[in-house]
Every structure is written in structure tokens, then in C-alpha cells.
Write a protein that binds this ligand. Structure first.
Ligand code: SG7
Ligand code: ZN
Length: 250
């Protein structure tokens, strides 16, 4: 069916053309740090990110997605035109954005929508509708304890034949999934990285990276779907074209 897509083989990204918007602002990209324009766009304001949330995990066959319960979490500042509401978080293994050609083992996407629109799917139809904050994780030789609530539940939902949705046993503090310096970032105008690749996303890729161990990345690499193991789930880099990447420095 037309809704079938994957990351390699006969349903891989090369076959997404019928499913994807084909414009001039596709994602992900390679961030060439030397070409980034240094400018102060203002700090991002992460509102209620420091609260402890319960929530659930979904293995949707393309990624592991985290949905938090309770009060809305808001992102603003950084020259954004309005307030953006956190919709969900999910992971890509390996990373989708590369920095000077380097691909890290994991990338977290915190997906937000513009609160001027009725809901998330309505927001994807507008050029300023979505903000994704991306956090890159690089290999280190110790476990990152802040990923524990997500990883222990990923193990439960990774068996596709069993249940693909589960409540997290431990609460999650989203702020701990952001680098300490969460106000220095690269930003550019792009798209969703999965079909239909709507060109509605303002991307903020955090400059500072977080640590992850090989054993922790392997938990993601063992996620199953109807075709077997989801060994990786990143879209290859897209053309930058006329776009500029901005680098926010204080
Ligand atoms: C992941 O990335 C999922 C998708 C998400 C997609 O595959 O989290 O979410 C759902 C609900 O399946 O697609 C529309 C949407 O959010 C693309 O998001 S991304 O551009 O941040 N990678
Ligand atoms: Zn994503």
C-alpha cells in the first residue's frame, strides 16, 4: 500500500518520492559549522520541562515515541512567532542530522506545534506550524541515567508481536534530556523527516551533545516491527539549496 515505507530495501527513502513533499526545504541536512551564520536569535524558553511526568511509549514500527501525561509543556523564545506545545518525543538511530559529516549514534526529536493552530495535524499544513528540537547523543563508555525511564520501557514495547504500547514505570524529567547549555543551537527551516515530509518545521539542533553507551544504543537497535528488526531509522541528508543555517551564540 501507499502508506508502506521504511528505511532500506524496496520501501527505503529512495522510494519515498510519491509520499513526500518535494520542495526546497527538506530535512535532515548536514550542518556545515563553518558556513553557519552566527547570530543571536534569543534563547529558547523551555517551560515546565523541569517537571516530572508520567507517560507512555509507543512502538509505531518506525520509531519509539514518548507521549507525556498531564499539563502541556511549552516552548517559546528563539525568535519564534508564538508558543509551541510539546506533542511527542521520539528517537532516530543513527542520528539524522550530521555535523560536519559526523553521524552520531542517536538523535532525540522533541516535536512541538504552534498553539495558534487547532491541533498538531493542522499545524503541519503551515510553514511555521512545527518546531522540532533535536538533541544529538555521542558514544561514551558509561550509561546515561537520564535515559533509564525510556529505555526500560523500550525493552517492553520492542517485541512487535507482543504489546506495542506501555506505561513508563518511572517518571521522566524532559529537561534532563536536553544538554546543560540548551540555549546554544543551530537552526534552519526544513521539513518532517518521514512521509509526507511536510515543509512546516523550524529545526533547532542543540550544539552540545549528550552521552550514551553502546549498550543503551543497542536497546533501540533491537526494536522490532512487522518486517523484523528496525536496525536503523534515519533519512539520508537532503539538499540545503538556498537555505542558511544559523548558529546561536550568546
Ligand atoms: C516519527 O517521526 C514519528 C512520527 C513523526 C515522524 O516517525 O514520531 O509521529 C507519528 C505520530 O507517527 O511524524 C507527523 C509526525 O510527527 C516525523 O517527525 S520528525 O520530522 O520530527 N522526524
Ligand atoms: Zn524525528
Amino acid at each position: 500500500t501507499a502508506s508502506e515505507w521504511g528505511y532500506w530495501g524496496k520501501y527505503g527513502p529512495k522510494t519515498w518520492s510519491e509520499l513526500c513533499a518535494t520542495g526546497k526545504r527538506q530535512s535532515p541536512i548536514d550542518i556545515v559549522t563553518e558556513d553557519a551564520i552566527r547570530i543571536d536569535l534569543g534563547a529558547l524558553k523551555f517551560d515546565r520541562y523541569d517537571f516530572a511526568f508520567s507517560g507512555s511509549l509507543i512502538n509505531n514500527g518506525h520509531t519509539i515515541q514518548v507521549k507525556l501525561d498531564g499539563v502541556p509543556i511549552h516552548l517559546s523564545g528563539g525568535s519564534l512567532p508564538s508558543v509551541y506545545v510539546l506533542e511527542q518525543m521520539h528517537f532516530h538511530w543513527s542520528a539524522e542530522h550530521t555535523v560536519d559529516g559526523v553521524r552520531d549514534p542517536l538523535e532525540l526529536h522533541l516535536v512541538h506545534y504552534n498553539n495558534q493552530y487547532a491541533n498538531f495535524s493542522e499545524a503541519t499544513q503551515h510553514e511555521n506550524g512545527i518546531v522540532v528540537v533535536a538533541v544529538l547523543f555521542e558514544f561514551n563508555n558509561y550509561d546515561n541515567p537520564d535515559l533509564m525511564p525510556i529505555l526500560e520501557t523500550t525493552k517492553i514495547v520492542s517485541n512487535w508481536v507482543g504489546k506495542n504500547m506501555a506505561q513508563m514505570r518511572n517518571k521522566l524529567i524532559p529537561l534532563l534530556l536536553l544538554p546543560k547549555d540548551h540555549t546554544t543551537y543551530y537552526s534552519y527551516e526544513g521539513s518532517l523527516t518521514t512521509p509526507g515530509c511536510q515543509e512546516s518545521v523550524m529545526w533547532f539542533v542543540m550544539t552540545e551533545k549528550l552521552p550514551i553507551s553502546e549498550a543503551q544504543v543497542n536497546v533501540f537497535r533491537h526494536v522490532q516491527n512487522s518486517n523484523g528488526t528496525l536496525k536503523y531509522n534515519y533519512r539520508p541528508k537532503q539538499e540545503l539549496g538556498n537555505r542558511k543555517v544559523h548558529h546561536r551564540l550568546e
